[in-house]
Design a binder for this molecule. Structure first.
Ligand code: TXA
Ligand code: MG
Length: 340
């Protein structure tokens, strides 16, 4: 099939594809999603096939606002309502208990809960409204690869497999939404994102188990997706944890018999005398730009198969830094430069 590149003037065409049970990639403020009508089981199954995604890994249901959630979820608690009031539309996905038999097993992976997200992107909100149905959407990458932050990334992975890509430029944050489990009385973050445990806790006046405290607590269900390989480029990624490791990185890179990729901030890229076999990719000036550019950088080096190692800068785990480090750790398979 030919994959159409749509822009917002083609919204009706994209919505028609969704209503016809076709797959359309949609833009969000985090990453691009791979959309299908959440109420059409056959279309939802096609999402797993296009991505090569394991079928026990449930999908996020994208809605145009809280009212659409209420059709599917059990009555929301006061805390849940205040989260929607505060953070929606935005990069916070919330897991709620479902009414019985309202969404197919293909969406939920057989769980009695589902993840809901109200993305902060006008084109996609209009798409959901125009289609009149919630839209499931995992990130629109081949399973295991870095998530797409531009329409080109989606086209690279899924051309010929989906009906269209709705192009709305680069995703603002570049890392996927925070996933918060509100289906039990112990709210827990299953995946860190731009909205932090601290911000959530302030709104619900309750402690929120975060990534680190959660591991110690067996009671908390994990996101099924967490056990799978993620964000892995073809080259080995090494995490450079400390500022004072960069001179050693320069010396190490110079000794390699293959091209080496460097992903670091402008300060580090401009501050050293890199050897000729080094190719640099700037992560900008701070953790916000680094989060925005991380997946694009990993994909950039995937287009250069001779690059066998990518040294990537760590940032401190505050704010969106926790999400950045979570994704970087996964793409590196926890391999650190100082432990190489
Ligand atoms: O920013 C985002 O969230 C992007 C954009 C497109 O919205 N979407 C995204 O979807 O990252 P995906 O499918 O790549 O990640 C969804 C995560 C997975 O780790 C999945 O296991 C978890 O959410 N999840 C979905 N439903 C769940 C449920 N009912 N219980 C626990 N985890 C769930
Ligand atoms: Mg994903």
């Amino acid at each position: 099939m030919d994959t159409n590149i749509y822009t917002k003037k083609d919204l009706k065409l994209a919505a028609k594809d969704i209503n016809d049970g076709q797959l359309v990639s949609f833009p969000t403020e985090t990453v691009y999603g791979l959309g299908a009508d959440a109420t059409n089981e056959k279309a939802v199954k096609a999402v797993y096939a296009a991505k090569g995604r394991p079928s026990d890994n449930p999908l996020i249901v994208h809605v145009d606002g809280p009212d659409m959630v209420k059709q599917y979820a059990q009555p929301l608690s006061k805390e849940a309502q205040s989260l929607l009031d505060t953070f929606w539309p935005g990069p916070l996905t919330i897991i709620f208990k479902l009414k019985p038999d309202v969404l197919s097993k293909a969406v939920t992976g057989g769980l009695d809960t589902a993840a809901f997200r109200n993305p902060n992107n006008d084109v996609t909100l209009s798409l959901i409204r125009e289609a009149g149905v919630p839209i499931v959407g995992p990130s629109a990458n081949t399973s295991g690869k870095p998530s797409p932050t531009k329409a080109e990334h989606v086209y690279h992975d899924l051309k010929g497999k989906i009906a269209g890509i709705l192009d709305d430029g680069e995703s603002k944050y570049g890392v996927e939404s925070t996933v918060l489990d509100m289906s039990t009385d112990k709210p827990a973050i299953l995946r860190p994102g731009a909205i932090t445990a601290e911000q959530i806790s302030k709104v619900i006046h309750k402690p929120v188990l975060d990534q680190r405290t959660k591991v110690a607590d067996d009671q908390v269900p994990k996101a099924p997706g967490m056990k799978y390989k993620h964000y892995a480029p073809n080259a080995q990624v090494y995490i450079v944890d400390d500022e004072d490791e960069w001179q050693e990185a320069v010396d190490w890179a110079a000794k390699q018999d293959h091209p080496v990729g460097i992903m670091a901030d402008n300060h580090n890229i401009n501050g050293y005398d890199w050897s000729d076999n080094v190719e640099t990719f700037s992560l900008g000036d701070n953790v916000n730009s680094a989060s925005h550019l991380l997946f694009a950088g990993l994909r950039h080096f995937d287009n250069e198969p001779e690059v066998k190692s990518i040294l990537t800068q760590a940032f401190s785990s505050d704010g969106i830094g926790e999400a950045y480090m979570n994704r970087l750790n996964k793409s590196a398979g926890q391999v650190h430069f100082h432990l190489r």
